[in-house]
Design a protein around this ligand. Structure first.
Ligand code: UDP
Length: 235
């Protein structure tokens, strides 16, 4: 094992620069103040991430995906994760509402892209390009690329989730520099209901980790429904 995070573990494999990413059943929220274990979460998030990555690759978005492996494992390219988390918002929710004092559900005319410093210790503080440059997290050119890619990913995912009858409210993504060629930056980590807010297009029902954060119940039922719809839309 190379690394254990809150939701995944990373292992080396026999192939150089290829790692095994294992999706865990553990869930955390509010900077790990709230914790729980959900049976099947790893399996569901792995399956959702795989289908989304395959869909993004088809649309020309490079990811670290190499191959599917088994129920809870993907093979991925080894990357050096940029310590900048990129958040895209189409609709106000979560920390945006807390920070700005607006009601959940406000639709943005144009998406908002936000950077935060990936640091559990500091609670992932909001940063901008200047912070990233001065702290050596990403160069100005890399920040511009992250923002541009995030907006492309948003458009592709928004359209795809709409086909699933889901509204893509917001999401967090991470990028990595390929170990075999650090000049190439690809989408890494996961795309799942742990990292995206998804609302049913018709009823507005929350289908994502907010069910856990807000104690709405039926957390895995929400994830299962997302997987079912993502599978159908991928056919
Ligand atoms: N998010 C995430 N990991 C984080 C912070 C946020 O996956 O460490 C996702 C979250 O699930 C949501 C989006 O990024 O889809 C925006 O989250 P927000 O900033 O509103 O924070 P939260 O309400 O989760 O504290």
């Amino acid at each position: 094992m190379l690394y254990e995070g809150k939701a995944k573990k990373l292992y080396t494999t026999e192939t150089p620069n290829v790692l095994r990413m294992e999706y865990k059943d553990e869930a955390t929220a509010f900077n790990a103040e709230k914790k729980a274990v959900f049976e099947n979460k790893g399996k569901l998030n792995k399956a959702i991430t795989l289908l989304i990555y395959e869909m993004l690759e088809k649309k020309g978005v490079p990811t670290h995906l190499v191959d599917d492996l088994d129920e809870v494992n993907l093979l991925v390219k080894s990357v050096d994760i940029l310590q900048v988390e990129v958040i895209v918002r189409n609709v106000a929710a979560g920390s945006f509402c807390r920070r700005m004092g607006v009601e959940e559900g406000l639709e943005f005319k144009t998406p908002i892209v936000e950077f935060s410093y990936k640091s559990d210790e500091l609670g992932d503080p909001l940063i901008n390009d200047d912070y990233a440059r001065e702290l050596g997290l990403a160069t100005p050119a890399e920040c511009a690329f992250l923002k541009e890619q995030a907006l492309v990913i948003n458009e592709v995912q928004k359209e795809f989730f709409a086909k699933c009858g889901l509204k893509l409210v917001d999401f967090k993504i991470e990028f990595g520099r390929l170990a075999e060629d650090p000049s190439q930056i690809v989408l890494a980590d996961e795309v799942s209901p742990d990292t995206c807010r998804l609302w049913d297009l018709k009823t507005g029902e929350k289908m994502d980790k907010d069910r856990f954060r807000q104690d709405l119940g039926g957390v895995m039922e929400g994830y299962e429904e997302v997987l079912k719809r993502v599978k159908d839309a991928s056919k």
